[in-house]
Design a binder for this molecule. Structure first.
Ligand code: COI
Length: 355
C-alpha cells in the first residue's frame, strides 16, 4: 500500500434510521473506504471519504463480465461500549480466495483489516445497540478497466461500505418455509459457487422469485450435476438434525465455505453434539422429514445468523419440520452465537476482535 490511510471527514451527518426503519442494507453510514489498483502501481491510495456515488466508465469490466467479489461481516457494540468484530480475519482470507477464483489481484489481509477497523472507528456511532441489530460491513472489489475484451481487468477498486441492520428475514428467528428447487441450480463444482461473487447471487434470483410467488421464503438448492444432493438454502449454508446427529453438506467446490457454518460446527463439537459434514440426498432428507426423524433444520449465514426451517416443499409435497417451531439446538446456537458476538457470553474460541 505504501502509505497510511487518508481520512476526509464528512461535513454532513446523515440522519440515522430508527430501530424499526433499519431493514437490511438500505441505509448507509457517513463514510466509505476506497483503494485503487492499477498495473504497475499495485494497490494504492487507501482513503476514507464521505459516503458518495462513484463514477465509472460505462465500459468498466464489472458491468459486462461480472468480475467482482464481496464479503459480509458485522460490528457489534457491547453494553460497556466496546466494538467487536466476529472472526474478521476469516473474511479477509475468503476475500482473497474469491479474488483468486475471479482473477483479481490479492489484497494484503492486514491492510484490509486495518482499513475496516479505521472505517468502523470513524463511523462507530452508526453501530446499533439493540439486540438482534448490528452494523453490517460490506467489503467488495470491482473491475474498473474500461475495455470489452474478455480478460482479467488491469484496474480495480476495493471499497468498504457499512449499513446499520436489523433482521435479515422479516420472520426473524421464526421458522421459514422452503421450496426445494428442481429446475434451476445456483452453482456447479468447478464453477464459482465457492467464491463470494455476484454471479452466484444473480443466478439465484429467478428461482427465489418463483418460490416467493408460491408462498415460500427461500429455495433449497440441489447440486448442479445430479440434481440430487442438498447444497445451500437461499444465500445460506444449511444444517439438519436427524435422529440426534447434526448434518451439513460437505464442501464440494460449489458450496460457500461459511464462517458462521464453521463456527457452528465448532460449537456443536464443543457441546458433544454429533455433527457430520457429508453428502445428503434430497430423498434421504425428505423421507426423514416425512417420518419425523428430521428434528430440526436451519440455514446459517452472517446476515441471518440462524434461520430455522419449518416446512419443506419438494415436488409439491409438503413436510413440516419439528412441528413448525424453532428447535432446541437452533435456539441454543442462536442465543450462544449472538451472545458471543455481543460480548454477553464467554468467547471460548477467541473469535471476537476488538476495534
Ligand atoms: C450471508 O448471510 O452470509 C450472506 O451472504 C447474505 C448476504 C448476501 C446478504
Amino acid at each position: 500500500m505504501g502509505r497510511p490511510i487518508s481520512i476526509e471527514i464528512s461535513t454532513h451527518k446523515k440522519k440515522k434510521p430508527l430501530e424499526n426503519e433499519r431493514g437490511f442494507g438500505i441505509h448507509f453510514s457517513d463514510h466509505m473506504f476506497i483503494m485503487d489498483y492499477s498495473e504497475g502501481q499495485g494497490w494504492h491510495d487507501p482513503r476514507i471519504i464521505p459516503y458518495q456515488p462513484i463514477s465509472l466508465d460505462p465500459a468498466a469490466k464489472v458491468f459486462h463480465y461480472g468480475q467482482t467479489i464481496f464479503e459480509g461481516l458485522k460490528a457489534y457494540k457491547t453494553g460497556d461500549g466496546r466494538v467487536l468484530l466476529f472472526r474478521p480475519q476469516k473474511n479477509m482470507e475468503r476475500l482473497n480466495r474469491s479474488n483468486d477464483r475471479l482473477g483479481v489481484p490479492h489484497i494484503d489481509e492486514e491492510i484490509a483489516l486495518e482499513a475496516l477497523k479505521a472505517l468502523i472507528a470513524v463511523d462507530q456511532d452508526w453501530i446499533p445497540e439493540e439486540s438482534g441489530h448490528s452494523l453490517y460491513i460490506r467489503p467488495y472489489v470491482i473491475a474498473t478497466q474500461p475495455a470489452l475484451g474478455v480478460d482479467a481487468s488491469t484496474d480495480y477498486k476495493f471499497m468498504i461500505i457499512m449499513s446499520p441492520v436489523g433482521n435479515y428475514y422479516p420472520e426473524g428467528v421464526n421458522p421459514v418455509k422452503i421450496y426445494v428447487e428442481n429446475e434451476y441450480v445456483r452453482a456447479v463444482r468447478g464453477g464459482i459457487g465457492e467464491a463470494k461473487t455476484a454471479g452466484n447471487y444473480a443466478a439465484s434470483l429467478k428461482a427465489q422469485e418463483i418460490a416467493k410467488e408460491k408462498g415460500y421464503s427461500q429455495v433449497l438448492w440441489l447440486d448442479g450435476v445430479h440434481r440430487k444432493y442438498v447444497e445451500e438454502v437461499g444465500s445460506m449454508n444449511v444444517f439438519f438434525k436427524i435422529n440426534g446427529t447434526v448434518y451439513t453438506p460437505a464442501l464440494s467446490g460449489s458450496i460457500l465455505n461459511g464462517i458462521t457454518r464453521s463456527s457452528i460446527i465448532q460449537l456443536l463439537q464443543e457441546w458433544n453434539v454429533p455433527v457430520e459434514e457429508r453428502v445428503i440426498s434430497i430423498e434421504e432428507l425428505f423421507a426423514a422429514a416425512k417420518s419425523g426423524e428430521l428434528e430440526e433444520a436451519f440455514g446459517t449465514g452472517t446476515a441471518a445468523v440462524i434461520s430455522p426451517i419449518g416446512e419443506l416443499n419438494w415436488r409439491d409435497e409438503k413436510a413440516v419440520i419439528g412441528g413448525g417451531v424453532t428447535g432446541e439446538i437452533s435456539s441454543k446456537l442462536y442465543v450462544t452465537l449472538t451472545g458471543i458476538q455481543r460480548g454477553l457470553v464467554p468467547d471460548p474460541f477467541g473469535w471476537m476482535v476488538e476495534v
